[in-house]
Design a protein around this ligand. Sequence first.
Ligand code: NAP
Length: 278
Amino acid sequence: MNVGILGLGLIGGSLGFDLRACGHHIIGVSHRASTIETALAIGCVDQASVDINILGAAEVVFICTPLGLIVPTIEQLITVLPQTSVITDVGSVKTPIVKASLSLWQNFVGGHPMAGTEASGIEAALKDLFVEKPYVLTPTPTTPASATEVVSKLIKQLNSNIYYCTPEQHDRAVSWISHLPVMVSASLIASCLEEKDLEVLELAKNLASSGFKDTSRVGGGNPELGVMMAKYNREALLKSMHQYRHKFDEIIDLIEQKNWTHLENILKSNQQRRPDFL
Ligand code: NAP
């Protein structure tokens, strides 16, 4: 199959490696000429260009640009693509992207591979990144079944675990397990930095070890990504954050009241049920 990948970074390059290994002909398009050169050199594409017209031969195109560029990129792409071609994206928020994209192109299937690293750009592309990782597809009642089928077949070849849900369900679920953790972790780091006693602050920095490393990791990552999550998944994220604040207040109350039994019950329940998420 002729598979187009638009945006050759961590996700686009990694998709290129694995779909190419499955025997597909990979046509890559990216913004910078140096990225095209690297993509060809590392072998994640068969042919590549900065010129979007090269995608005229693609039967399926994966849009792998940053979140804010997905819809504008589709607007450009549809001027060169045959009507039978299928477009899918990999953006980490689905509701606004699916809504806008479906109004532009009927054969559109929203997608989100739940795999990645903290690195970005073509140099960060990895083979087998999606193996045994969840890959969410969000077809709507108007999405042609044939389009969903084409994308599903490719995702299965990546050995990913496919989940189907609505864009809204996807956004609510990722707000719990991905976007809320970023904001909680960011608040943790920002709160620590507000310690007024400079000696205590310095001591805390020196004492910080694995616990702080784990809990601050996602809040100390790429600021652009955090802003994108808040901007595009604002509604679901705010709901999760309000619920989190409610729970946090409840725990503050328990500690103020020295209600150790109730506090222990919450912690015990968490200890038992955390593995359900992992
Ligand atoms: P990335 O490594 O920064 O890659 C994005 C690539 O898009 C860049 O390398 C850039 O290539 C290219 N690009 C930028 N503007 C472009 C344009 N106008 N036309 C064509 N290409 C353009 O980012 P990523 O982590 O792969 O993320 C890409 C998408 O995947 C995002 O929508 C994100 O939500 C989603 N996602 C990310 C993760 C993750 O963990 N990182 C996981 C799942 C989904 P140049 O070098 O040519 O500028």
